[in-house]
Ligand binder design. Structure first.
Ligand code: ZN
Length: 194
């Protein structure tokens, strides 16, 4: 089976509701790498995310570049975000995506949790155009049609709209949408670092 994991970074914000509505409509699970600073004001959204079976990962607290932080500060950022997520979901996130996907050996030593990057970048933050975002996904899949991790941002309207193109098209083409943890499990990988 062709597997695909949609991942959404930097949320949640109000627009995340629209993303969740579409994922729920198609009964699809995705992974959200959320920012610590966005948690308190969006507890309801995170609660719904969790109840819908979405996977929630740690994207740091302040979206700082991890290579510029001390070990102590990195730990603080991860811990704070873990705790805020736990307070709502009663689960600690098992996956980490460092902000911008930037990290080094120091960061790796701090955690034994999988560090998850991506292999298809939709550049949705740049183009804000749903057709363009969908095309980035389809182009990426043409190059490598198995086991893909897609980078998107749930905080943009165009990204939410692109899902109405991406999801039905890929379902017709026999893709199976999974969370990142499911992808790791099904492909027997401990880490997904492209
Ligand atoms: Zn980010």
């Amino acid at each position: 089976n062709k597997l695909i994991a949609l991942t959404f970074d930097d949320g949640p914000n109000h627009n995340t509701i629209k993303v969740l509505n579409i994922l729920e409509k198609y009964n699809i699970k995705a992974t959200f790498f959320i920012l610590g600073t966005n948690i308190k004001k969006h507890e309801k959204i995170i609660n719904r995310m969790n109840k819908l079976g979405m996977e929630i990962g740690n994207h740091m607290y302040s979206h700082a570049i991890t290579t510029k932080l001390s070990t102590k500060k990195i730990k603080e950022e991860l811990d704070k975000t873990d705790k805020l997520i736990y307070d709502i979901t009663k689960k600690y996130p098992t996956l980490i995506r460092p902000s911008y996907g930037i990290y080094n050996k120091k960061f790796q030593k701090i955690t034994d949790r999988p560090i998850i990057l991506w292999n298809i970048d939709t550049l949705d933050w740049k183009y804000h155009n749903s057709k363009n975002i969908a095309n980035k996904v389809f182009e990426g899949l043409n190059k490598n049609n198995k086991n893909n991790i897609i980078l998107m941002h749930d905080i943009y309207n165009a990204t939410a709209n692109s899902l109405e193109i991406i999801i039905p098209t890929l379902l017709e083409n026999d893709y199976q949408f999974v969370t990142v943890s499911e992808l790791l499990y099904l492909t027997n990988l401990s880490n997904y670092q492209y």
